[in-house]
Design a binder for this molecule. Sequence first.
Ligand code: AMP
Length: 576
Amino acid sequence: MILGIDLGTTHSAVGVVDSGFPILLADEEGKRVIPSAVWYGGEGEIEVGRKALRRRITDPMRVVTSVKRWMGSGRIDDPVLAALRKTPEEVSADILRELKRIAEWRLETEVGQAVVTVPAYFNDSQRAATKRAAELAGLEVVRILNEPTAAALAYGLDKLKERSRVAVYDLGGGTFDLSVLEMQDGVFQVLATHGDTRLGGDDVDRMLFDFLLEGLGELPVEMQMRFLDESEKAKRALSEDLAYTVRIPFYDGSSSFEKTITRSELDQMTREWIKKTLKCCQQAMLDSGLKNPDLDAVVLVGGSTRMPAVRETVAAFFEKNVDVTQHPDEAIALGATIQAGVLSGAMSKMVLLDVTPLSLGIETYGGLMNVLIPRNTTIPCKAGEMFTNAADGQQSMRVRVLQGEREMARDNWEIGKFDVEMENAPKGQARVGVQFKIDADGILEVLARDTSTGKDVIVRIENSAVNVDDAAVEQMVGESVEFAFEDMSERIFTEAKLKADELLPAVEMILEQGFVKDEERLEIEVAVSKVNSAITSGNANALKAAVKTLDEATEAAATRLVERAMEEALEREMAE
Ligand code: AMP
């Protein structure tokens, strides 16, 4: 099991793919998102999330927030971090440890691996610091995923069409970035990203704070914290309602505070602030070389995109409807979870390729791979072939469904197998048709029919036919190239050997029954011994040539044999 983790500046979340579905895991309070805040008590106690945030009012110098800003940076300008003598990695590790704890508690099992998201603009040292933080928390990072890519996965944009371009507008509590992605064959590439690590919803809280405190004079730190909290509450409320009244009873010991603020006042206040994000958008679009109409979708993530003014302004800027169907504060964690599910195999690959990534076929005599649907065939598709029995009176035929590019069955993957009953027939006389059909959903249906009985066996093989991990496809194709020579020579040898196995007993019979003229005998005997020695030496080309020579040397005798048989049959008929 692999966890998907959004280690955010203000909030973090963890998820896992359970029964094929990505879900975020809620903590004991039922919350799927926890504040990225850590409180360090004087006695070495640690509290993470909402509990830590609550302590900020009474113990502000012991609560670390927004530590992500300092990840992997040499200069750390945070008095709380300095006072506590903590590194950003250590604090992040404490947040990750808490997420791991929540996950293990929910899942009732230990988990040691995770996909962790980082902003697209994070450099190597910031990514490395994130990895180290995870290691400190006892988590192996199996993939560092760009946040906009995670968002795009959550929105299912990898399924939009074969090639798509999307803009991800991420406005959180403390940071903003716009990323332009291009997705091709299910893989996202960041074309451009631009942002501001000092721009976010917190700014709005401060604007509201200033608005509320106008003319109130100096307040004690605790009361300031209270006002800041109320400011955020007001901001959130104004995403739903057109007006909100902040009330703080006895805020200065005697009088109560009450002030109403309207949505339009807030819009006015935040206009310039939103404009700043558009500057980044402009720059990112310019860098990407794309124009607005080139974009297939614009998605919004980050809690601050719940603000109606943000939505409207962004939609107007991109001249597009913006996609807000996912929870903006859960989308990245959800995307990380989807990626984790794909990597762990808990979720079949999200991208439904419209071609078969690898060849599909069945095993035939001699352990050979017989391809029915070659690699890169567009689905839906259908293909079939007739097979026969390898032995007299064979009762059944095993159909081994294989996937891969190698010549020998054993080097490919078996994705299914079943038996087809056969009518009693001499070797090579039975006829079994095998048909492969892949529908638009990538489900492979294998049908096998003994043509003499007309009885069908149908087996459905879900998922594996088209949903193959990219890395596995790459490996399989790579190996088929690497071993092309060996594979081919083994196939040639096997095919020639099968032919020899048929030919040698027939030749022996011809020799014994006197169909061979004396002048032919020597040539045939030499050819037989060449076939035998090529079999022993294992030389594919020598065996192929020897079998051909033997076939030619016995051709005349074989013709006489057939003629004799026909004459006999004719005589029998006449006699009757
Ligand atoms: P994130 O970093 O993505 O979790 O975003 C957190 C930011 O989103 C904080 O500044 C929150 O105050 C803000 N936020 C969350 N919900 C809302 C809302 N309903 N309206 C406006 N801002 C919100």
